[in-house]
Design a protein around this ligand. Structure first.
Ligand code: FES
Length: 140
């Protein structure tokens, strides 16, 4: 009887403890950014999106920003709008033709490469694909 009770109580507890390991990771989640036709050619456009973040046992939905750059390719380039230095939001500055981070002066060129400032690498890219005219991205 003790064994039955032990098994009966341990299964839910194990399920709870292992649940973050069983759930699909972010890499499996494609997120819709909407119709690609709304993104103009040649000019980066910021698109906010919601994503789920798991930190230990804390799971929350957060707003992130993608920067979509449409060119001749069928699938646009999509950058994370988060600076790889200390996670501030980068902005596209038309007059300079560059991405600028206001926090510590990070500057990135049109291809997301670091031009100036402390960022240790270029802007992260999101996987992107187009399905039925809708732009889908996923964080990598
Ligand atoms: S957070 Fe962007 S340069 Fe520091």
């Amino acid at each position: 009887m003790t064994t039955v009770i032990s098994v009966a109580t341990s299964v839910p507890v194990l399920g709870y403890l292992l649940s973050p390991l069983r759930r699909p990771g972010r890499e499996d989640a494609w997120i819709s950014l909407g119709p690609l036709s709304l993104v103009p050619d040649g000019r980066p456009v910021e698109v906010p999106y919601l994503t789920e973040v798991v930190d230990g046992w804390i799971r929350e939905t957060v707003v992130r920003r993608a920067i979509v750059l449409r060119s001749d390719s069928d699938v646009p380039t999509v950058f994370s709008g988060t600076c790889p230095h200390l996670n501030c939001n980068v902005r596209w500055v038309d007059q300079e033709g560059r991405f600028v981070c206001p926090c510590h002066g990070g500057v990135f060129d049109r291809d997301g490469r670091v031009v100036a400032g402390p960022p240790p690498r270029g802007l992260d890219r999101l996987d992107a694909r187009v399905e039925n005219g809708v732009l889908l991205v996923r964080e990598v």
